[in-house]
Design a protein around this ligand. Structure first.
Ligand code: THU
Length: 160
């Protein structure tokens, strides 16, 4: 038996003001998108903003549904929109902001497993890494240099 240890790398910024200015702007777009989320069932609003290499910024937010599983997370709304409108674009970075209408979230909220899997697909498709910055309503911002750091052992098309 052999034991394998996997090391992941995350950077933690004390607050938004410690981020590079371009990422502060991206996070601001994520906050604004978050506040437009349609989340009447969970009251948990999430916004995502993608920086494309072209300079364009794409945003998305969670869209819920009375048939709960029919809803979609903010991250996938944004990524699928980018994929459908700009199929040749490269996504450089993603900022994610989450807010609950019940209590103030000060912990950084990472993307869910399904969104990580979708991010992995796009990293493979574009053959370059996507920086991911995530946070709650306020507080620390966590940065992952690639989805590989938050989704070790990714499943991709090489297994098919
Ligand atoms: N949600 C997101 O938009 N992104 C995530 O990564 C986690 C969860 C949404 C889905 C649902 O509308 C609400 O947050 C509560 O789970």
């Amino acid at each position: 038996m052999k034991n394998i240890k996997i090391e992941i790398n995350l950077d933690v910024f004390e607050s938004v003001s410690k981020l590079p200015v371009s990422i502060q702007k991206l996070m601001d777009k994520a906050h604004k998108a978050r506040d437009r989320a349609y989340a009447p069932y969970s009251s948990f609003k999430v916004g995502a903003a993608l920086q494309l290499n072209s300079g364009e910024i794409i945003t998305g937010n969670n869209q819920e549904n009375a048939a709960y599983p029919s809803g979609l997370c903010a991250e996938r709304v944004a990524i699928f929109y980018a994929g459908s409108q700009y199929p040749e674009a490269t996504i450089h970075s993603m900022a994610i902001s989450a807010k609950s209408l019940h209590s103030k979230i000060t912990k950084a909220v990472p993307p869910c497993g399904a969104c990580r899997q979708v991010l992995a697909e796009y990293e493979v498709k574009q053959n370059s890494l996507i920086e991911i910055y995530f946070m709650g309503e306020s507080g620390k911002v966590v940065k992952s240099n690639s989805v590989k750091d938050i989704l070790p052992l990714i499943f991709d098309s090489t297994f098919l």
